[in-house]
Structures are given as structure tokens and as C-alpha cells.
Write a protein that binds this ligand. Structure first.
Ligand SMILES: *[C@@H]1O[C@H](CO)[C@@H](O)[C@H](O)[C@H]1NC(C)=O
Ligand SMILES: *[C@@H]1O[C@H](CO)[C@@H](O)[C@H](O)[C@H]1NC(C)=O
Length: 461
């Protein structure tokens, strides 16, 4: 039932895009996606294009399938069976590959790729058990409606149709999963097209399956790796790990040994703050994280627990434009900062690649439920919309694999607020001689008014 709906949907989409884009497919550059739909930066599709499945990603782009797949993930979860790179290079019959890349065979290439995608979410724990019958799934390939993909086990190992799964749950995202498979799955229709085009012997694209690996020490079949890949994000979403509600109170002292202290988040945060200070032009940001709020220790704790963060750091010039109105609400500095923290590890390159491919990309922020939109502009990445936008100004100030700091030239506000914010009158100018951060100054004044400033040594100036 579902499958039929998707089938029809794809048929229309493919027909539309094939007719629209086919003449362009001969051009070396694929035009960037129309920014009509927005894709989430933590989408499985973005992850695929950034993954080590580079051969598959390249084919997805060559096949002009981004839009189709974008539509798919906006409607439902998908599971992608991603052939490892070797399966698409060394192990692939060169004639078959050449056939796939000829512009007139675009449909076959699309069918081949969509045959590796099913419109539902199958993680490894949903895989049929050893004694169960294979479970059949309809793929997104429109010309293979009768031909299913079947999931089963062979000698305990997970297998999809004829391909052994070599890395199950390799990439897990909120809208889908990618499993690495040993080789390409070729739908019969594509094989027939290939055979028809060139009256060759049956395609050699399907290579024989290797024997299951036996551990020489135990003489048993090698076990699959544990379900969570190394370095995978913690099971709980980051929002569950965030400290409850922002406040101006200093963070509680960290308890002895959290649940998963694989990483020394505190020293990574210290390190990036030092880097920000040395870099110059980001002193206010550093000051706020360390002195005005407890965000630095909060970030350290999150990183220690295995979360990753990207900090969009507004430079001092941008910070200086903040108005008292924007800062006077209790907890406003935290709220502003939380909107600049993305619970993902993104570098300039990964963000630029995403916006170039998808047009517009939405990033989650720690300020729920607000997202920040990014798009390509002037060869760089632009965050936010209209007047409240900011350009990626100092890329990759700090990147250590878990924390990434990207300098931007504006302070971002969620869309609803930015309208109000732009109307806010400018504040009285700053007079203090040794320039304190303006946020600090205002916050200390506010706290002073309610007699709490003694809590902050830095307010006594
Ligand atoms: C994808 O799957 C997750 C987990 O099962 C679910 O929470 C989410 O709503 C699904 N998304 C869509 C678009 O169906
Ligand atoms: C925090 O405040 C202290 C005291 O005013 C100051 O020396 C230090 O540089 C501030 N930290 C940052 C990161 O700005």
C-alpha cells in the first residue's frame, strides 16, 4: 500500500526531473538544488554525502537523485544499503560502470541507486533472527516493484538480498539509517537494460559472496561489532543531557565520573576558549561563556559525555551591536548563546558542501525548538535570514573532532524574534575604559540591582 504510494510519487518526481534535467546532465556542473525544500543538517542524506561511501555519494549526485531522496526523507525514514567503495570501483565490471554513466542510461542509474533504498527505518535490532524467514521490502526503485529486497541471515551474518552486510548501523540519523554492504545490488530491470544495450554475457557486476570470516582463535564465526559504532553519539538526545533551564547561577560542581566519560570535555572547552582568545576578536564570546554564564562548564560536561558541538561564535563587532532590550530578560545571554550552539560537529567544509548541494540547510540548536537556517551566499555560508543574518567569517577557528568553532559576523536570533529585535532602539554607548564585554556590563548591572553581584567575582570592578 505504502509502497505503491511511494512508487507513484517517485514516478512523477522522476518523470518530472528527468524531463527537466536530462538535457543538463551532459553538462559538467550539476545545478544546485532549488532552495524550495529545506533539509535538516542531521539528515541521513547529508550524512551519506559526507560519509566514506564516496563512490555511492558521487553516483547519487550524478544520477540527479538528491531532490528525490530529499522528498523521501521529508516524508518518512529511509534505510540505505550502501555498497562500500570497492564494490563500485574495483569490483564493478568496467563495461557496466560505463553503461551506468552514459547520460542516456540515467534511468538505469537511478533505478540501480534507488534499489538500495527502502522507505522505512530498519536498524540492526530489527533484522530477522537466524531462524526466521527472510523479510521482504519494497525499494524506492520504481522499475522493480515486483522485485523485493530481502533481509535475512546466513550463518548468523546479516545479509541483504545477495550482499553481506559489513557494517550494520554504520550511520544513524533521526530520519534514516545506513548499513554498509559488501557489494552492489542490481535489480533485474537494470541488468536487462544493460544486457539489451550490449549483448554481452550476463553482467559480471554481481560478484560471488566471500565465505564468512572465522576467528582463528575461537574457531567461531567472527561476531558483529557492538551495535553502536565507535564514537557514535550517546543514545539520549543532547536535549536530555542539557542542564535544566538556563539560569545565571554557576554550574554545579561536576559529580564524580559521569555515565560515559570517554572524553575530557572540560579541557577541550578550555582549549577552545584559549584558542578564541589568542585568535582575537572573540573576547566577548569567550567572556560570556566563561564568566557570565555557566555555559563553558555545561559544554565541557556535554562533550565529556560524548556529545559534539559546533559553536557559531559572533565576533566582538557583532556583539557590540546587541541592545539592552535584547539582553535585559533574565537568562537572555544564555538564550542567545544556546541559539549559537549546534549539537553536531560541522566544519566549514561540511557546511559549505551541504548548502552548495541542498540550497538551504536547517541546523538544530540547543535553543529548542529553534533551528538556524544556512544557505550559500557569495561563496560562503550565510546563517539566518534577512537583516538578522550572519556570514561565516572566520572558518574553523577551532576544530578538534568534537568541538568546532566557526566565527560569524552577526548575532543570530530565531525568526520570530528577529523582527522585534531589529526594531529595538540602540543602547546607550559603553563608557568603561578597560573595555569589558557589554553583555557582562549589563548583566552585572542587572544583578547588582537585585544584590546578587557578589556571586560573580568578575562583577566587582
Ligand atoms: C523516523 O523514525 C524515528 C524513530 O523511529 C521517528 O521518531 C520519526 O518520527 C521518523 N520520521 C519520519 C519523518 O517518519
Ligand atoms: C573572565 O573574567 C576574568 C576577570 O575579570 C578575566 O581576567 C578573564 O579574562 C575572563 N575570561 C574570559 C575568557 O574572558
Amino acid at each position: 500500500m505504502d509502497a505503491q504510494i511511494y512508487g507513484v510519487h517517485n514516478l512523477l518526481l522522476l518523470a518530472f526531473f528527468t524531463s527537466l534535467l536530462f538535457p543538463l546532465s551532459a553538462l559538467p556542473e550539476i545545478p544546485p538544488a532549488k532552495p524550495s525544500t529545506q533539509i535538516n543538517s542531521n539528515s541521513v542524506l547529508v550524512a551519506l554525502l559526507d560519509s566514506h561511501y564516496t563512490e555511492l555519494s558521487e553516483l547519487v549526485e550524478k544520477a540527479l537523485l538528491l531532490q528525490t531522496l530529499e522528498e523521501a526523507v521529508s516524508n518518512h525514514n529511509i534505510t540505505i544499503f550502501a555498497p562500500r567503495n570497492e564494490a563500485l570501483e574495483r569490483d564493478l565490471d568496467p563495461e557496466f560502470k560505463q553503461f551506468l554513466l552514459e547520460p542516456r542510461n540515467l534511468k538505469s542509474l537511478q533505478n540501480l541507486i534507488l534499489f538500495h533504498v527502502i522507505p522505512s527505518r530498519i536498524e540492526s535490532q530489527q533484522w530477522p533472527h537466524v531462524k526466521m524467514k527472510p523479510v521482504h521490502h519494497t525499494s524506492l526503485c520504481r522499475d522493480a516493484s515486483a522485485e523485493k529486497i530481502f533481509l535475512h541471515r546466513k550463518n548468523g551474518a546479516k545479509v541483504v538480498s545477495m550482499a553481506k552486510v559489513i557494517k550494520s548501523d554504520d550511520i544513524i540519523r533521526p530520519d534514516g539509517v545506513i548499513h554498509g554492504i559488501e557489494r552492489l545490488l542490481v535489480p533485474k530491470s537494470v541488468q536487462q537494460d544493460f544486457n539489451a544495450r550490449r549483448s554481452l554475457r550476463a553482467t559480471a557486476a554481481v560478484i560471488p559472496e566471500g565465505a564468512p570470516e572465522v576467528d582463528p582463535r575461537t574457531h567461531r564465526l567472527k561476531k558483529k561489532p557492538p551495535p553502536l559504532p565507535a564514537g557514535a553519539p550517546p543514545v539520549l538526545p543532547i536535549y536530555d543531557a542539557l542542564a535544566p533551564g538556563p539560569s545565571l547561577a554557576p554550574a554545579p560542581a561536576p559529580g564524580p565520573g559521569g555515565p560515559r566519560h570517554h572524553f575530557d570535555g572540560e579541557s577541550q572547552v578550555k582549549d577552545f576558549i584559549q584558542t578564541l582568545l589568542h585568535y582575537g576578536g572573540y573576547n566577548e564570546m569567550a567572556d560570556i561563556l566563561v564568566n557570565l554564564t555557566s555555559l563553558a562548564s555545561e559544554m565541557g560536561r556535554l562533550v565529556s559525555e560524548g556529545y559534539v558541538l559546533t559553536v557559531l561564535a559572533p565576533n566582538d563587532e557583532a556583539m557590540a551591536k546587541l541592545t539592552t532590550d535584547q539582553l535585559s530578560e533574565p537568562g537572555a545571554p544564555e538564550q542567545i548563546m544556546y541559539y549559537h550552539l549546534i549539537p553536531e560537529y560541522q566544519t566549514e567544509e561540511s557546511m559549505y558542501n551541504s548548502v552548495r548541494r541542498f540550497g538551504k540547510v536547517k541546523y538544530d540548536t540547543l535553543r529548542l525548538p529553534h533551528k538556524v537556517v544556512a544557505e550559500e551566499a557569495d561563496g560562503s555560508v550565510k546563517f539566518g535570514q534577512g537583516e538578522g543574518s550572519a556570514y561565516l567569517f572566520d572558518p574553523d577557528i577551532y576544530t578538534d573532532g568534537r568541538i568546532s568553532v566557526q566565527g560569524i559576523d552577526g548575532v543570530l536570533f530565531p525568526v520570530e524574534e528577529s523582527a522585534a529585535a531589529t526594531k529595538a532602539p540602540p543602547v546607550a554607548k559603553i563608557v568603561s575604559k578597560p573595555r569589558r564585554g557589554k553583555l557582562m556590563e549589563i548583566a552585572c548591572n542587572m544583578l547588582g540591582a537585585v544584590g546578587q553581584d557578589s556571586r560573580f567575582s568578575t562583577c566587582r570592578y
